[in-house]
Design a protein around this ligand. Structure first.
Ligand code: NCD
Length: 311
C-alpha cells in the first residue's frame, strides 16, 4: 500500500489530521447509513493479547458498520503466542490475511514492533502502561462534540496517572491545543511518569498543577477525567489495595462541581465513580463509548485512504 500510515501514538497525527478525523466522525454520526458500504470486501484484524470489552468491540463494530469484516483473537492463550510466536512473526502472518489491524498488548512498544513488520496500517489499541491513542480520539471526539472546542479548557485527571495509558495519550494530545490547563489529582505513588511531566507538560509550557485532594479542584474544572487504579500493572498487591479506593466520586462531591463540568472515564469503572452519579447529566462516560465507535470508523477510513471518497 502506498503512504502506509500507522497510529501508535497521538503524535502520529497532525492537528489538522485529528481535526479531519473528528469532523468525519461527526459527519458519520449524522448519517451512518451512507458509510455502511465503504469498507466492503476489507478485513480488520483485532489482535488482543490483553483483556478488553469496549476497545475490541468498538473496533469490530466500527468495521462492521463500514461494511467490512473482522478476524482476530481476544485472548492470547487461544493464538500461537501460547506456542511462543513473537509479535513480529504474528504481524507477518496478519499482513496476508487483513487490510488493517488493531493490536493491544501488555508490553510497552509492542504495537511499534508490529508496525515495523507491517504492510497494512497498524493501530495501537493500548500498549502496557504507555499509550492508547484511539481512546484519545474517543475522548477528543466526546469533548469536541459536547463542549464545542478542544482549547481553553481546564481539565482535571484523577486517579492512576502513573499507569493509566489513556491519561498519557490524552495529555499528549491536549497540550497541543491553545490555553488548556491541567490539574493532576493523584496520590504521590500514582503521579504521572517523568516522561509525561517533564517531556510533555513542562516542555510544552502549559499551566499544570499536581494535587492530592479531588474536592479542592472540582469547582472550576470544565472536564473531570476519572480513571481506575490499574491493578494489573502493580508489582505489589498490598499497595494496590491501599490505593484503590482513594478517590470515589459521589453525589456529595458532585455538589462541589460546576453545572457544566463533564465527567469522562475510559471505563471500565471499578469503585471510583459511585453508580448514583450515573444519572447526573454531567456524567457522559457511557455516551463516550458511542463517540468512540464514530471516531474509530473515521480512523479506519483515514488509515485506509478512504476518508475523501464519495459514498
Ligand atoms: C482503558 C485501557 O484499556 O487502558 N480502557 C479502555 O480501553 N476503554 C482504561 C482502563 O482499562 O482502565
Amino acid at each position: 500500500m502506498n503512504n502506509l500510515r500507522h497510529l501508535i501514538s497521538p503524535l502520529d497525527l497532525s492537528l489538522k489530521e485529528i481535526d479531519k478525523i473528528l469532523s468525519l466522525a461527526a459527519t458519520i454520526k449524522e448519517n451512518p447509513k451512507s458509510y455502511s458500504k465503504k469498507c466492503e470486501g476489507l478485513k480488520l484484524a483485532t489482535l488482543f493479547y490483553e483483556p478488553s470489552t469496549r476497545t475490541r468491540l468498538s473496533f469490530e463494530t466500527a468495521m462492521l458498520n463500514l461494511g467490512g469484516s473482522i478476524i482476530g483473537f481476544s485472548d492470547a492463550a487461544n493464538s500461537s503466542v501460547s506456542k511462543g510466536e513473537t509479535v513480529s512473526d504474528t504481524m507477518r502472518i496478519i499482513n496476508c490475511f487483513a487490510d488493517i489491524c488493531a493490536i493491544r498488548h501488555n508490553k510497552e512498544g509492542a504495537a511499534l514492533v508490529a508496525a515495523s513488520k507491517a504492510t497494512i496500517p497498524v493501530i495501537n489499541a493500548g500498549d502496557g502502561g504507555h499509550q492508547h491513542p484511539t481512546q484519545t480520539l474517543t475522548d477528543l471526539n466526546t469533548i469536541r462534540s459536547l463542549k464545542g472546542r478542544l482549547s481553553g479548557l481546564k481539565i482535571g485527571f484523577c486517579g492512576d496517572l502513573k499507569f493509566g495509558r489513556t491519561v498519557h495519550s490524552l495529555i499528549h494530545a491536549l497540550v497541543r491545543y491553545p490555553d488548556n490547563e491541567f490539574v493532576l489529582i493523584s496520590p504521590d505513588e500514582l503521579r504521572v511518569p517523568a516522561y509525561i511531566r517533564d517531556d510533555v507538560l513542562i516542555h510544552s509550557g502549559v499551566k499544570f498543577t499536581e494535587v492530592q485532594r479531588l474536592e479542592d479542584s472540582l469547582s472550576d474544572l470544565d472536564i473531570l477525567y476519572m480513571t481506575r487504579v490499574q491493578k494489573e500493572r502493580f508489582f505489589n498487591e498490598e499497595e494496590y489495595i491501599r490505593l484503590k479506593d482513594r478517590y470515589i466520586l459521589d453525589k456529595e462531591k458532585m455538589k462541589l462541581a460546576g453545572p457544566e463540568m463533564l465527567i469522562l472515564h475510559p471505563l471500565p469503572r471499578v469503585n471510583e465513580i459511585a453508580t448514583e452519579v450515573d444519572d447526573d447529566p454531567r456524567a457522559v462516560y457511557f455516551k463516550q463509548v458511542e463517540y468512540g465507535v464514530y471516531a474509530r470508523m473515521a480512523l479506519i477510513l483515514f488509515l485506509l485512504g478512504k476518508e475523501d471518497t464519495s459514498c
